[in-house]
Design a protein around this ligand. Structure first.
Ligand SMILES: [Zn+2]
Length: 608
């Protein structure tokens, strides 16, 4: 399958390629790679997570080089991968820590701290996990088997350490082990790449040790219906990456309980822990900014970590591949067009670490994790836009793009989308099989698209295009057939409430409940885009609104934006004050450092 994304996502990918991926790492002297030089590593006894950048860059740069045919970038991938492989110890170790702090050494017993961190915290397993993923991706696009061998040697070292080595993986990372059990994902990638049982054994060993730790017990808690905020510390990025691993474990074993555990937590995250722009969020009044809130908490100032968007995209990627369900594609599209693009600067170099529905855009500093995660997340998107199904092709994401897919019993099928999506809901999809053939085209109808209609070559297709599902068109497809999709994009209102209810029992045991805090908020979306406004009247960080109606959104007006290429704005005219203009969240307030975006507006109490 080859896919080119154009339009908004295509511009973001091009900026990523020109910016972050071309400049952050160029060779072994780049700071993120020089960390691995023996003189540096041997003196590193408590270093932070910075070793992760190597694997993340190898992963994203390999994909970008393959996608664009950039031979210079692919040469840099080879040079960096060769350098790293050349540093690997005879036992398979490829990290950047001094011998006495490596993950194979038993460390002193850990004190129980709020973040469940070992006494000598390292990120050794974490760094190796990204190195395995990076080396496997580099091998995929260069064909160099030495990268696979190096990745396998890391996996073998991990397996020895966690079995005969007497080490428990939950002692190797903070968040009660969740920063180490992420190794589940690369262990399974090694199993898929080699077919070797021992890497599946490694994955099962990790799950067994994780489930023995009562503070983590990921599978048991997920099956029992726990909220993600209740598992270990509730750290979003780590938990989501662990779930990516459990989804892959289901692919390897077929065990239905693994899938059930992942879907339980996915549903709870989707229902309670996402912003309007699809990013996992939390961190309100916690010691960590990066943990899920309890499901009942709502604050428009919650934190979205860009790393969590990456892991959420990957989790939806896995669930989409396993189930083929539209809901997972919908979440990929929502987070891509809103919170992911909203964290990226147009130069492709700067990223927000944290984004807020209501808050300031702050581009982060050189070494931060989120810059590499944002770059990786974008590079996931081309492979997710289209898919082959057993009986044809699936169109998962909308936006100007072109794809060539190899379909079983049909041959090559070219697909091309012409559209101004995500700004406009008219989508023309040209279907060109290499010869006339009968197969199914599954077209996703977004959740928000009430009264969508579908036509082929101008003739409308009867039947309801159910929102939130795939619409299936089976026919004999011929060169240049065109599917016309019409997805009405009316601005839509959204409401959220922050409330707190005090509960007690009277002396006669009768329940006493009293709501003691109640705030209502309003927000606006249009099609797949969340909307936000800048500072109100040029200086206010919030404004309490009285609105004409909460049930009918006809008072919201769609306006052409000053730059038509950036999609329309929405004019919100409350009672008793001049109108406010909302723009797509990703560009609201201007895509510059320190600009403000406000997504949620407090509602006047009497309006409810
Ligand atoms: Zn991060």
């Amino acid at each position: 399958m080859s896919v080119q994304l154009h339009g908004l996502l295509g511009e973001a990918l091009a900026a990523n390629h020109r910016g972050r991926l071309a400049s952050f790492i160029v060779d072994e002297t780049s700071p993120a790679i020089a960390l691995f030089a023996p003189q540096h590593a041997h003196a590193n006894r408590s270093g932070d997570w910075y070793g992760e950048h190597a694997g993340k860059w190898l992963y994203a740069a390999s994909k970008a080089a393959a996608r664009t045919g950039d031979a210079v970038l692919l040469d840099r991938v080879r040079r960096v991968a060769d350098y790293l492989v050349g540093l690997q110890d005879a036992d398979g170790y490829l990290g950047n820590y001094a011998p006495e702090r490596r993950f194979m050494r038993k460390q002193p017993p850990k004190p129980v701290t709020w973040d469940g961190a070992p006494q000598f915290r390292t990120w050794d397993i974490w760094t190796h996990s990204y190195l395995i993923l990076g080396l496997l991706e580099a091998r995929r696009h260069t064909g160099n088997g030495a990268y696979l061998d190096a990745a396998c040697r890391i996996g073998d070292l991990c397996l020895r350490t966690l079995t005969s080595g007497g080490i428990d993986i939950t002692e190797l990372g903070n968040h009660f082990g969740m920063s180490a059990t992420v190794l589940l994902d690369p262990a399974l990638e090694l199993h898929f790449a080699t077919g070797e049982q021992r890497f599946l054994d490694l994955a099962l060993r990790i799950v067994e040790q994780a489930d023995r730790n009562p503070r983590l017990a990921l599978l048991a808690q997920a099956l029992a219906g726990a909220d993600p905020s209740e598992i270990a510390t509730g750290k979003a990025y780590q938990l989501l990456w662990n779930l990516v691993g459990v989804a892959k474990l289901h692919r390897a074993t077929g065990d239905a309980a693994h899938l059930r555990a992942v879907v339980n937590l996915w549903r709870s995250i989707r229902d309670h822990h996402l912003t309007l722009g699809g990013g996992p969020w939390g961190g309100v009044a916690h010691r960590s900014r990066e943990v899920f809130n309890p499901a009942t908490v709502f604050s428009p100032c919650g934190y979205v970590e860009t790393c969590s968007i990456l892991a959420w995209l990957q989790l939806n990627r896995e669930l989409l591949a396993i189930t083929g369900e539209a809901a997972y594609a919908a979440e990929i599209e929502r987070s891509a067009y809103n919170d992911l693009l909203g964290a990226q600067a147009p130069d492709g170099e700067d990223w927000c670490y944290y984004s807020f529905p209501n808050g300031r855009r702050v581009y982060t500093t050189y070494w931060r994790c989120c810059k590499s995660s944002g770059a990786m997340a974008l590079e996931e998107l081309p492979a997710l836009a289209y898919a082959t199904a057993a009986d044809g092709v699936r169109i998962n994401l909308f936006g100007p793009s072109a794809a060539a897919l190899q379909v079983r019993d049909v041959g090559k099928v070219h697909l091309e989308q012409r559209t101004a999506y995500p700004f406009d809901g008219e989508v023309a999809i040209r279907v060109t099989p290499e010869r006339a053939a009968t197969f199914k085209v599954h077209v996703r109808i977004p959740q928000w698209a009430a009264r969508a209609s579908v036509a082929v070559n101008g003739a409308s297709i009867p039947g309801e295009a159910e929102a939130g599902a795939f619409f299936v068109i089976q026919r004999e497809w011929r060169r240049d057939d065109v599917i016309s999709l019409s997805l009405p994009m009316r601005p839509q209102l959204h409401f959220r409430t922050q409330s707190s209810t005090q509960e007690a029992r009277a002396p006669d045991d009768a329940p006493i409940r009293q709501e003691v805090l109640h705030f209502d908020y309003l927000a606006v979306t249009r099609g797949p885009l969340a909307y936000a406004t800048g500072l109100i009247d040029g200086y206010k960080i919030e404004e309490t609104l009285r609105v004409p109606s909460q049930t009918d959104s006809s008072w919201l007006e769609t306006l052409p934006a000053p730059d038509a290429a950036e999609g329309p704005d929405v004019r919100v005219t409350p009672l008793g004050r001049p109108a406010l203009v909302f723009s797509p969240y990703y560009r609201a307030g201007g895509r510059r450092d320190r600009t403000w975006r406000l997504t949620w507006m407090p509602l006047a109490p009497e309006s409810k």
